[in-house]
Design a binder for this molecule. Structure first.
Ligand SMILES: CC(=O)SCCNC(=O)CCNC(=O)[C@H](O)C(C)(C)COP(=O)(O)OP(=O)(O)OC[C@H]1O[C@@H](n2cnc3c(N)ncnc32)[C@H](O)[C@@H]1OP(=O)(O)O
Length: 425
């Protein structure tokens, strides 16, 4: 769909940052004044930033905006691939529901094709927005509120590790945390965690490393726990803030953990042991965990941590043959898929997908009778290996045409480690 009449799509240079932030204030009602926001690191990919404005002679205010982070090593099952990450989507309330978002999405897909990116990912502000454009909820997340002192199952070697607890200092901790964070995308045993997006661009790193006072929501400045082995090699870190609340019964503080990332089981155990034993606190709150994060099985009483499950990453296959060939499959598979796609006609076809276990696939158009029929949204949902084709079939979202094919196809698309990102962007 083209941009609606009387609007035009434009590239947005960094010199228009105030226009972007003004629109963003309208779209997200953040409450942080423009003058303050102009001082904050934004991390925006200006080379891939696009706006929609009134089709008048002089550039005016923006009616819509979106951008794409050019991720080059986005983890999918068994591979790290280019991904155009859709971000900063907003339409001014005075211009909404006229088709501006739809036009921006179609532009985004064309932009991905021009940059050789077969998939798009995003985190959705509202869950109702992106399914209509073929995005599927590919990675759920878990949130926990863990009581202080919650028992953990023992892990050998945990007590031998060294721990430091420090105030965050980007110069001292930025590279160390980035190294562990990107390393986590490849554990355990090389399997890798699909969906574990890392802060690849300098803009994203700068945005993440900063700890601006205006974004602390009244809590203390960022703190960091680092776990090292006896040789001093960093194995895990967590960033957190505490917030104390005094009640008649004493202190009732909360530890808000932004990230807790460990490369070994012992380091994970040690890291959480520290977070769960901070004085004057009673709850450790963590929002964005992969659903099988080590803490889930380390906790002796998961129920006591009030697990809460919701969507994290939405994924869209934009170039079907490329995307299906880029990832690997967990078992031998030879299956014919009939795929519908209302927005990208080149994906809407019948495809034969053949792969040996743990290898890439050969993907070809075919005239053969389909074994499974599904929309691109469902194929995108299954792409990171966390939501199975079998569960989608059980919900009536994948049609099985060849009886008996579903167990093999479903096992091939699944991945032994759940997908998940642990930061919001
Ligand atoms: C990846 C990210 O950045 S997520 C951030 C998204 N941004 C926000 O949530 C900020 C506040 N909201 C907005 O800025 C706007 O309302 C947007 C971007 C969500 C939608 O922009 P619009 O230009 O109004 O959308 P547009 O007119 O193209 O609508 C396309 C379709 O999506 C539907 N739609 C759009 N927004 C929503 C929503 N929030 N909830 C449900 N449906 C929606 C429309 O009804 C329309 O449906 P149709 O195709 O059946 O007619």
């Amino acid at each position: 769909m083209p941009v609606p009449a009387q609007y035009r799509l434009v590239t947005v240079p960094e010199t228009r940052v105030a226009d972007v932030l003004r629109l963003d204030l309208w779209a997200f009602a953040s409450g942080i004044p423009l003058e303050t926001q102009l001082e904050l690191p934004l991390g925006l990919p200006w080379e891939r930033s696009y706006g929609v404005e009134r089709d008048v002679e002089e550039p005016g205010e923006l009616a819509g905006f979106h951008a794409a982070y050019p991720l080059r090593a986005y983890p999918v099952p068994g591979a790290e691939v280019p991904c155009g990450w859709l971000t900063w989507v907003g339409v001014h309330p005075g211009h909404r529901r006229r088709g501006i978002l739809r036009a921006m999405i179609e532009h985004h897909f064309a932009d991905l094709a021009a940059h050789g990116e077969a998939i798009s990912g995003l985190m959705a502000a509202e869950t109702a927005i992106y399914g209509r454009f073929g995005y599927g909820m590919a990675a759920p997340q878990l949130s926990l509120s863990i009581p202080r002192g919650a028992a953990l199952r023992p892990v050998a070697g945990s007590a031998d590790l060294e721990v430091t607890v420090e105030e965050w200092d980007a110069a001292a901790h930025g590279d160390l945390c980035a190294g562990i964070h990107s390393g986590y995308a490849r554990v355990p045993d090389g399997l890798g965690r699909p969906g574990w997006a890392t802060r690849e661009t300098p803009g994203l790193r700068g945005w993440w490393d900063a700890d601006p006072k205006d974004l602390r929501a009244g809590k203390e400045n960022r703190r960091v726990v680092i776990v090292r082995d006896a040789a001093g090699t960093p194995l895990a870190y967590a960033t957190f803030r505490r917030e104390l609340k005094w009640t008649r019964g004493g202190s009732d503080g909360t530890v808000s953990v932004r990230e807790a990332v460990a490369l070994t089981p012992a380091a994970a155990h040690r890291l959480w042991s520290v977070l769960l034993d901070l004085d004057l606190t009673s709850t450790v709150r963590v929002e964005t965990l992969p659903v099988d994060d080590p803490i889930v099985t380390l906790l002796a009483d998961l129920r006591g941590a009030q697990p809460d499950y919701q969507d994290n990453t939405w994924l869209r296959i934009v170039d079907l043959p490329a995307a299906l060939a880029q990832r690997r499959y967990a078992t031998d598979v030879d299956v014919v898929l009939e795929v519908t796609d209302a927005i990208i006609p080149s994906n809407a076809a019948t495809w034969r997908v053949r792969a040996a276990a743990w290898d890439h696939a050969v993907v070809e158009r075919t005239d053969a009778a389909p074994d499974l029929a599904l929309d691109i949204r469902e194929l995108s949902t299954a792409h990171l290996g966390s939501i199975s084709l079998a569960s989608l079939a059980q919900a009536g979202l994948v049609e099985v045409r060849t009886p008996g094919i579903l167990p093999t196809a479903s096992a091939a698309w699944r991945w032994p480690i759940a997908a998940g990102a642990n930061w919001i962007f």
